[in-house]
Design a protein around this ligand. Structure first.
Ligand SMILES: O=C[C@H](O)COP(=O)(O)O
Length: 251
């Protein structure tokens, strides 16, 4: 079912103590705030996951920021989807533009990660988005469509139903430049259309599509009030519980 979701992505920030204190602050905010049915997700580094799951109270759920493309074995430094699920974690971000750009994650690798996540009953938060050059050359729709097709469209209808999409124009991540509400809506509507063409209208209508890229309390309301923007994937502003809830209460 299409849900409103605000997911914080801590990226490589917070020691274990800092992270658990932030979860406590998020719990305090969650208790005193009417989140109006918004699903709150916090994507922590791997080291926090098991304790964050114990600490987080409803409606806060925990996500990993990545998972291995392989099931198990001699892959030093990797963390499998099964290991992540064994901590009680329910969600995993896959295909973040930083993973694509800095760690060479191709569509082929991402396909395997998505399959691992689904096989281990995690909900993938799958990131798509163009770089500035793509947008300036009017290739942004094509790029996003290919990212969807190449890593997700092998999924059955049932498995696709577990996926949350996050549109993150790379030029807006951590730059303070946000896509305008119109640019976000235009792309989200396009994504829904591409999903409808591949699957059907019902599936397209039910998939949650989050916007990510310099979303802050000050601009969140305009973005989430767009018809096809179902929430946000928040980087910088998720590192402070008050800012994070400033976005959650924008609905
Ligand atoms: O995963 C989150 C996005 O990369 C957005 O990051 P940002 O809010 O710091 O721009």
């Amino acid at each position: 079912m299409r849900r409103n979701i605000v997911a914080g992505n801590w990226k490589m920030n917070n020691t274990l103590d800092e992270g658990l204190n932030l979860i406590k602050d998020i719990n305090v905010n969650a208790k005193k705030t009417d989140v109006k049915g918004v699903q709150v997700i916090v994507a922590t580094p791997f080291i926090h996951l098991a304790k964050a799951v114990e600490e987080a109270i409803s409606p806060v759920r925990i996500a990993a920021q990545n998972c291995a493309s392989e099931e198990s074995g001699a892959y030093t430094g990797e963390v499998s989807a099964k290991m992540i699920r064994s901590t009680g974690t329910e969600y995993v971000i896959i295909g973040h533009s930083e993973r694509r750009a800095y760690y060479g994650e191709t569509d082929e690798i991402l396909t395997k990660k998505v399959d691992q996540a689904i096989a281990n009953k995690l909900y993938p938060i799958f990131c798509i988005g163009e770089v500035l050059d793509d947008r300036e050359n009017d290739k942004h729709f094509e790029v996003v469509e290919n990212q969807l097709k190449n890593a997700l469209f092998h999924l059955s209808e049932k498995d696709f139903g577990r996926v949350i999409l996050a549109y993150e124009p790379v030029w807006a991540i951590g730059t303070g430049k946000t896509a305008s509400p119109e640019q976000a809506q235009e792309m989200h509507a396009f994504i829904r259309k591409v999903v409808a063409e591949k699957y059907n209208d019902k599936i397209a209508d039910e998939v949650s599509i989050l916007y990510g890229g310099s979303m802050k309390p000050a601009n969140a309301k305009e973005l989430v009030s767009q018809a096809d923007v179902d929430g946000g994937l928040i980087g910088g502003a998720s590192l402070n519980a008050d800012d994070f809830f400033g976005i959650i209460t924008a609905f």
